[in-house]
Design a protein. Structure first.
Length: 293
């Protein structure tokens, strides 16, 4: 019976490992329930925090199972008001959304591109989708010419916006794909102040670009940035459990516990993106410091 496992996925607290694993191994049974929850989210019809938990965990399961039917409602959900999306995804918008998009991609590159440049989609989500698009191009599932056109138009026509988070991921996509011909557009963004050394460093960009040119078939440029398909759903979801436990251990433990139970994907770093300076004060980007550990 799948119903008890679907109910367990919606409950707050620790990841129900047995239920996650059951849904992965009996995906034909789980898929209609997970898709239905995502469709409710895309339509703005979530029924409370348990529904949010179900969508959050379900997205990771669907992505691991490469359920292309979930791709279209995912992108519609990302166009919902910011608070609705943030209440479900939290820090996953900048943490695992690119992995989810890679797993769910249905082959419609232009639909993905439309979300990447949409003003209705949060800048962190658009950056994650752009990272996913670059990986899908590297993997051969999106035509290289298509993404070169998109990346060029982002630089020349300022599609999307001049958000530094979004433009950082744009520059990363250019570097990871070894598109040296587009480097002048990146330097133009630096010159007009849209990319600053708070996030973008010339030596990092050049190093990534050179590696992509030297070893174009090596996935290291992507895996180093936590971009790629989901391999271990349980471990990935448990990382969010660990973040919640850190919050509970904070000085105001009772309040932290209360907030953990209220937020489906609560993360004390939810306002810190993986490309932001690490809050520990090291001076490194979060993704290369505490988030990496």
């Amino acid at each position: 019976m799948i119903q008890p496992h679907i109910i367990a996925l919606g409950k707050p607290g620790k990841v129900p490992v047995d239920s996650v694993e059951y849904c992965l191994t009996h995906y034909d049974e789980a898929a209609p329930f997970l898709r239905n929850a995502l469709e409710r989210a895309a339509n703005g019809e979530l029924r409370g925090s348990n529904d949010g938990n179900l969508v959050f965990r379900g997205l990771h399961i669907m992505a691991a199972c490469r359920d292309e039917a979930a791709f279209e409602p995912l992108l519609r959900f990302l166009r919902r008001p910011y608070r609705e999306v943030d209440d479900v995804l939290g820090d996953a918008t900048a943490g695992t959304l690119q992995r989810i998009a890679i797993g769910l991609f249905n082959g419609d590159a232009w639909f993905l591109f439309a979300a990447i440049v949409s003003a209705d989609v949060d800048e962190y989500a658009r950056g994650s989708l752009l990272a996913a698009a670059a990986f899908l191009t590297w993997e051969g599932r999106i035509g290289r010419g298509k993404i070169i056109e998109l990346l060029s138009r982002i630089g020349t026509e300022r599609l999307g916006d001049d958000s530094e988070i979004f433009l950082y991921e744009w520059s990363e996509a250019i570097a990871r794909l070894g598109l040296r011909e587009l480097k002048p557009l990146v330097l133009d963004a630096v010159a007009r102040g849209a990319l600053t050394d708070d996030l973008w460093l010339a030596e990092d960009f050049d190093s990534t670009l050179e590696m992509a040119e030297r070893a174009p078939n090596d996935p290291a440029n992507f895996t180093a940035g936590f971009v790629g398909p989901i391999e271990d759903v349980v471990a990935l979801l448990q990382e969010y459990d660990a973040s919640a436990e850190q919050a509970i251990a904070a000085p105001n433990a009772d309040r932290a516990l209360e907030m953990t139970l209220l937020q489906p994907a609560f993360n004390p770093w939810r306002n810190v993106g993986r490309n932001d300076p690490c809050p520990c004060g090291s001076g490194s980007k979060a993704k290369r410091c505490c988030l990496a550990t």
